[in-house]
Design a protein around this ligand. Structure first.
Ligand SMILES: Cc1cc2nc3c(=O)[nH]c(=O)nc-3n(C[C@H](O)[C@H](O)[C@H](O)COP(=O)(O)O)c2cc1C
Length: 284
């Protein structure tokens, strides 16, 4: 057996294992629900604790859901899914993925990402027309329009972040004063980015990466997409002028088979030592 065949066989095996895990995830969910999740059931926010409403004696309790796939396996098995099965993502699992996605870091904790969550078929059809008719947009049960809001660079957002920090105990007057001075300077001087669009994209895509790995850890597949016409998406979904559309992210359960894995450059080609282009000798 060639190395490539071995790798492919391993991937197929993983696919089957994942199907089992997914069923387990969903059955855990279903066994604690009095009803099956509906495609457009409200997403229980802000966290995905499952209320157990049919607990005996009229008592109620909540349980926390845990992913069934560890981070390493989630990263290694995540693939861009070009076709999806119609099954909806159980609302509690979707809520947990969305919550984990925005645990992503951001400069000064400014959190410029914003997401439009599409679950209605009509909305997805509308988006498909803005996305070169790519089928995953209508097949996936849930699609996120992932945006970055340039207004997050302004003082109103800085004050909101300061207030948020106070609620967690992370903020004091010194830090607040520093932020009020340093943040406007950052956006005036832009020492590490040329445009605010680069800045919003930097942050939003980091959240998208979190979303994809969090999703995969629950057995949920995704497809990051830049194949769309930004102006059309903005018009169709009433996205304000100051907001950038960074990518689309269909989420759901991939229809097999996935496209052949395209591979990755060897780490020695993309990691350098101490200066750009200098070979990394040490084993990492
Ligand atoms: C920013 C970005 C934009 C992408 N845009 C599209 C897209 O419009 N349509 C598509 O089918 N795949 C898209 N992809 C998926 C890539 O083609 C895919 O990630 C790449 O080929 C590697 O495959 P893998 O993710 O399965 O390992 C995009 C990926 C990224 C990160």
């Amino acid at each position: 057996m060639t190395k490539e065949e071995g790798r492919r066989q391993k991937e197929e095996g993983r696919g089957k294992k994942e199907e089992g895990r997914r069923k387990k995830n969903n059955s855990t969910f279903l066994s604690y629900q009095s009803q099956s999740p509906m495609p457009n059931a409200p997403i229980p926010m802000p966290n995905a604790q499952l209320p157990i409403t049919n607990y005996p004696l009229g008592l109620s309790m909540t349980i926390e859901i845990q992913p069934s796939i560890n981070v390493k396996t989630a990263i290694e098995t995540r693939r861009a899914a070009r076709s999806f099965q119609p099954d909806p993502i159980p609302p509690a699992i979707l809520a947990e993925i969305l919550r984990l996605g925005v645990r992503s870091p951001s400069g000064y904790n400014l959190q410029p990402w914003r997401f439009i969550v599409l679950q209605d078929q009509a909305s997805k059809e509308k988006l498909k027309a803005c996305a070169f008719d790519q089928r995953q947009v209508v097949e996936a049960p849930t699609v996120l329009i992932c945006c970055g809001d340039r207004r997050a660079t302004g003082s109103k957002n800085t004050e909101a972040v300061i207030e948020l920090g106070k609620t967690t105990g992370a903020m004091n007057d010194n830090l607040a004063g520093y932020m009020r001075q340093a943040i406007p300077q950052l956006f005036e001087n832009r020492p590490s980015f040329d445009s605010l669009e680069a800045w919003t994209n930097r942050h939003t895509m980091l959240a998208v990466a979190h979303l994809m790995i969090a999703a995969k850890s629950f057995g949920v597949d995704s497809c990051p997409m830049e194949g769309f016409v930004s102006a059309k998406v903005k018009e169709a979904f009433q996205i304000p002028e100051e907001v950038d559309v960074c990518c689309l992210l269909p989420l759901g359960y991939a229809a097999q088979p996935l496209k052949q894995y395209g591979g990755r450059f060897d780490v020695t080609q993309v990691y350098y030592s101490e200066s750009y282009g200098q070979a990394l000798q040490a084993e990492i």
